[in-house]
Every structure is written in C-alpha cells, then in structure tokens.
Design a protein around this ligand. Structure first.
Ligand SMILES: *[C@@H]1O[C@H](CO)[C@@H](O)[C@H](O)[C@H]1NC(C)=O
Ligand SMILES: *[C@@H]1O[C@H](CO)[C@@H](O)[C@H](O)[C@H]1NC(C)=O
Ligand SMILES: *[C@@H]1O[C@H](CO)[C@@H](O)[C@H](O)[C@H]1NC(C)=O
Length: 429
C-alpha cells in the first residue's frame, strides 16, 4: 500500500515540476484578462451571440465542425457549422464530473456560415429509444455533388463512452440518420476525433483513469492524472470495416497512433493531410506530428506551448491551427460544479508555421503576440518554428469557458463555443 503511494507521490512531483509553467500561470494565479478582446476589431461591435431564445438548447456545446458542400467541379457551394451541445452538462460530465443525471439528451445544431440565418436543430432519426446522447467530439466528412456525409459523434453515454455514426444529406441537412453505435475496449475516454476517410478516424483518449471508476477513485485519480500531468493518455486510429460476406458485420481495426500524452484532447489534420495536431491539455502544449496519409502513421515533429489549458484544435483553410482553451482551471471547475456566481475565462490563439532559413537562438527568447491586452508571451515561451497570436480573449464577461473556435479563412469570420456558455459567438472582422 505505502510503496505504490510513495511511487505515485514521486511521480506526481516529477510531473508537477515538468508542468510548472502552467501550474503557476493557469492554476495558482488568475490571468489578468480583459473583459473582451477580438483581434479583428472592437468585440462589442464585431462579436454577436447566435442562440435559440425559444428552447435554450444551443447551450454548453463542446465541439463544432465545418460541413462543406462541394459541387461536381469541386467548388465550395456552402459551408455549414454542426455543433454538439448538452444543456445538462452540469449534471453529467464524464470528463470533469459530476455524474449525477445522464437522462436528458444533448442536441445537435446547424448554422450556415454562408447565409447566416437562424440556427436549426438537427433531429436524430432512427436513434434507439433508450440510448443516451451526450455529444463530445464530432466530425463530418465533406459532401461532394450532393452525396451523403458520414458523421461521427463521441457520446458520453451512462454505461460507457461510445461513438455514434450517422449520415447527413445536404438535401435534408436537419435530419441526421443514425447508422450504428461503435463500441470498443479501446474507447476508455474518447474526447475528440479527426476523420481520415468517410469510415476512419483518429480518436484521442483523454484519461486512462476516468471519473467512471468507483468512488473515491473516480473523484481523485482523474484529477491527479490531469493536474499532475501524468502522460497516460493516447491517440488511436480506428477504421470501421464492413464485412462483405458476413451480412455486413462490422469490425473496428484499432491501432495506436501516439502514446504518452498528458490529457490528449483536441485533434486535427492539416488541409494538406500531412500534419496532425494534438492538444496535451495538462501541459498546455500542442504537439505537431508528421502524418503519412497512406498509412496514418505519425512521427512526432514539434511542441508549441500555449498560455492556457488547451482544449479543441482545428485548422483553417490557410493551414493555421486555431487552438482554444481554459486560462484558469480552478474557475472552470467552479463553473462545472455549478458554484453560485462562478465565471470562467476564454482564450483562443492561432499557430502559424514560420518559414525561416536561419533562426538565432535568441529568437526563441523574443516577445510575441504584443497586440493582445494579455500577451501570450507573458505566459508561455516563444518557439522557433511557429508564431502564436491571440484571436480572442475574455475574463468571462464577453464569453466564458471557450472550448472550440473555428475560423473561416475565406471570410475571416471567427466562431466560438463554450463548455458552459449559451450560444455560438460569431465575430466578423
Ligand atoms: C472582467 O473585467 C471587467 C472589466 O475590468 C470587470 O468589471 C469584471 O468584473 C471582470 N470579470 C471577472 C469575472 O473577473
Ligand atoms: C445550478 O444551480 C442553479 C441555482 O444556482 C440551479 O437552479 C440548478 O438546478 C443547478 N444545476 C444543476 C445541474 O445542479
Ligand atoms: C488495420 O489497419 C492497419 C493500419 O492502418 C493495416 O496495416 C492493417 O492491414 C489493417 N488490418 C486489417 C485486418 O484490415
């Protein structure tokens, strides 16, 4: 009993030392963020919240993704945004707790980044009656010449996390047709996914020790794993294979893609397909890997530190990575626990590759991101290969608990959702 405990304490101390920067800036102190800041202009004029005033179910959204419709010539006809929301998150959250009431289902919402009308709820057609729906990471394949798209959604169901497969057709975009539920012993704690084909994807597993463990382990161990920065989580690659003989029987081909990450969270593939970005939340770091598109093998390339606990990541069409996260962990926990008056901040940055022939070592000591009221440079060191720039930040007044940001490189418009915030924030430059 005591030896494992001593080993655990040593391990935690080691990793706490390793993640000292983020513990100092994002746990022990509250970053001095402004009420609101938007890189494209005055946030009060440029940023608007799109919500559903009737049902109030476009709320507490964890992930969103673009759904692009291309015509037969390959030109972009329409760009929609699909959001997974769970207004019941304060009673059911398998990542942060609590696990109190899995009953009320979450919602899917659709918003057009092309026509900017009202958001539309998406129905889950043929979805099994008794099946929970608690959407987390989601991604949909683009549609070409009107064909149907496969949609995969991570579902924090009561008995265990599953991945739900749907199809969605541009002719009836508000009807997601359920296809099947994917389960696997490898789905310990899936959080985010990135598609590699219409039937395959990378999926991150955020913890080895989860909230679902019996009490008191479920309360303590995941927190130790998160805050201690224990590198116990991983990224898998899954392909869904349908047997042609065995009556369409499904097998999942699982391979490990990356190991030893502290709180593997958001994952995204670059527009070229040759790079993959993965959030290591506990370390406040983004890991870049070279990706072989023919085998899905990854080779570690770079680490870029960010000034917050990074959550979801998404590339824009120009190849910049948009990273969003939580600048102050204790206040996020307070909001998740429904403490009266608790507010938690928001921050999102872009990470763009620098193409430099020669960089002097002092280049890594430079200040950067100097336009933002709270420069990222005050909290995290510069890197040689990438430039980090703040897109939006707020102490929680303008927008709170940011977890995913998309940027439409064509229009420059920024879209943001928050884990415990109502609505989609749309900031137009
Ligand atoms: C955010 O900043 C504004 C302006 O400084 C301040 O009035 C407000 O109380 C702050 N909110 C939080 C949660 O710190
Ligand atoms: C959160 O607190 C409010 C009151 O402050 C209460 O009305 C609501 O039911 C609580 N939600 C949950 C999920 O406990
Ligand atoms: C499973 O996937 C791996 C890697 O993508 C591949 O090499 C292997 O052939 C696949 N196995 C089957 C049974 O399809």
């Amino acid at each position: 009993m005591y030896l494992p405990l001593a080993a655990l304490v040593t391990l935690i101390a080691t990793f706490a030392y390793r993640s000292g920067r983020i513990i100092k800036h994002n746990i022990l102190s509250i970053p001095d963020l402004p009420e609101g800041y938007y890189q494209g202009g005055d946030w009060k004029e440029k940023c608007n919240i799109v919500a559903d005033e009737g049902s109030h179910t476009l709320k507490y959204c964890e992930d969103m993704t673009f759904w692009d419709h291309f015509d037969a010539q390959g030109a972009l006809e329409e760009r929609l945004i699909l959001m997974g929301c769970d207004p019941n998150r304060k009673a059911w959250n398998t990542v942060m707790g609590p696990l109190r009431d899995p009953e009320p289902r979450g919602y899917l919402w659709l918003y057009s980044a092309t026509s900017h009308g009202s958001p539309q709820p998406v129905s889950l057609d043929n979805y099994p009656e008794a099946h929970d729906f608690h959407p987390l990471g989601l991604e949909i394949y683009p549609s070409h010449a009107g064909d149907s798209s496969n949609l995969f959604i991570i579902n924090h169901a009561r008995a265990g996390t599953t991945i739900e497969q749907f199809t969605l057709n541009p002719a009836s975009p508000t009807h997601a047709v359920w296809v099947r539920t994917l389960t696997s012993p490898y789905f310990v704690s899936p959080n985010a996914l990135a598609l590699t084909s219409p039937t395959s994807f990378y999926v991150s597993n955020d913890h080895l020790m989860t909230r679902r463990l019996p009490s008191p382990f479920g309360h303590v161990l995941p927190l130790i794993e998160s805050v201690g920065g224990l590198p116990l989580s991983w990224l898998s690659h899954i392909s869904v294979e349908e047997s042609t003989e065995n009556d369409g029987e499904i097998t999942l081909n699982h391979t490990f893609a990356a190991f030893g990450v502290s709180f593997a969270n958001g994952v995204a593939i670059s527009p070229s397909g040759t790079e993959l970005a993965l959030s290591g939340t506990s370390m406040g770091e983004v890991y870049f890997y070279k990706r072989d598109p023919s085998t899905n093998k990854l080779t570690y390339a770079h680490t870029v530190p960010v000034p917050f606990f990074n959550d979801n990541v998404m590339y824009d069409d120009s190849g910049a990575l948009i990273v969003t996260g939580h600048p102050h962990f204790p206040s996020l926990i307070a909001v998740a626990a429904n403490k009266t008056g608790a507010v938690s901040s928001s921050w999102s940055v872009s990470i763009s590759p620098l193409h430099m022939e020669v960089a002097s070592p002092s280049f890594a000591l430079r200040e950067y991101d100097m336009r933002a009221p709270l420069s990222a440079s005050k909290l995290s060191p510069a890197t040689m290969n990438y430039e980090v720039e703040t897109l939006f930040q707020s102490n929680g007044t303008a927008f709170q608990t940011s977890c995913t940001t998309l940027r439409d490189a064509e229009t420059g418009i920024l879209y943001m959702i928050g884990l415990y915030e109502e609505g989609l924030m749309v900031c137009t430059p």
